[in-house]
Design a protein around this ligand. Structure first.
Ligand code: IPE
Ligand code: IPE
Ligand code: MG
Length: 258
């Protein structure tokens, strides 16, 4: 497990990498992709799985170490029951079809989110995939399913309270340690497809100093070229983490991207 103190952008100024170590993506726009083609919304979700496959491949080629994909939010239960059910079945089917390929490619698979509402067959498939890939190191692939940023922070606080009964103050380190993605550095780059410019209860705590990239492209159309666009935009940002620009250009301890 990564030491959370070394990956917190507010406790330590993080080192910079030309290629983002951690990219987090809100995969949005599947429904609109389908509607544009006079197809049912769920056809967009099926095509979305293909975009996931291509994005994983591209991320590995670019040297990304952590890829985190928002697949289903804690608020997505508000959708029509048949769409929710389709998404759950698609998740189960994709796990069964893809896990061995993930493993062959050295990918470590994680799911973050509240599993208590999932069918037992889905929970079992997730656990099996996590176990199978537990020793892989090429890419940490995290799928956020029934995930909410507020749920994550609250769970971390409750974990801290349970660990040290009677504690009256919770520290940032305690929350970092209790987050569901405590194995990963904070995302360097956040991408949202589908044109909306909002976080929709994704990684609220960890996005404190993340660079944001929004594209109108709909998720099923996302590909390596768009990933490169996002990475190029990221490489043009000056990540100051609260310091001044002068401090960075006159030899502050962390330099701009090379
Ligand atoms: C994202 O696409 C996938 C999920 C939220 C599961 P949407 O289904 O939100 O597609 P739009 O935003 O309606 O086009
Ligand atoms: C965010 O997309 C969640 C996922 C992509 C899984 P939504 O489509 O649910 O977000 P809102 O409702 O437009 O904010
Ligand atoms: Mg949407």
């Amino acid at each position: 497990m990564a030491d959370p103190a070394f990956t917190s952008s507010t406790l330590v100024v993080p080192g910079l990498n030309k290629v983002p170590r951690h990219i987090a993506i809100i995969m949005d726009g599947n429904g609109r992709w389908a509607r544009k083609r006079f197809l049912p919304r769920v056809a967009g979700h099926s095509r979305g799985v293909e975009a996931v496959r291509g994005t994983i491949r591209a991320a590995i080629e670019r040297g990304v170490e952590y890829l985190t994909l928002f697949a289903f939010s804690s608020e997505n239960w508000r959708r029509p029951a048949d769409e929710v059910s389709f998404l759950m079945q698609l998740f189960i089917k994709s796990l069964h079809m893809e896990v061995s390929r993930l493993h062959e490619n050295g990918i470590r698979f994680h799911v973050i989110g509240d599993r208590s509402r999932f069918e037992p067959i889905l929970v079992k498939a997730i656990e099996a995939a996590e176990e199978l890939t537990a020793n892989n190191t090429r890419l940490h692939l995290t799928v956020a399913a029934n995930y909410g940023g507020r749920w994550d922070v609250l769970s971390a606080v409750n974990r801290a309270l349970a660990k040290q009964p009677g504690v009256t103050e919770i520290s940032e380190e305690m929350i970092n340690a209790g987050l569901s993605m405590n194995y990963a550095p904070e995302p360097d780059l956040f991408i949202r497809t589908g044109g909306e410019q909002r976080i929709s209860n994704f990684l609220l705590w960890q996005l404190a100093y993340t660079e944001f990239f929004f594209t109108d492209a709909l998720w099923p159309d996302f590909n390596g070229k768009l990933l490169d666009q996002a990475i190029a935009s990221y490489q043009n940002r000056e990540r100051r983490f609260g310091r001044t620009s002068e401090h960075l250009t006159t030899g502050g301890e962390v330099e701009r991207h090379a």
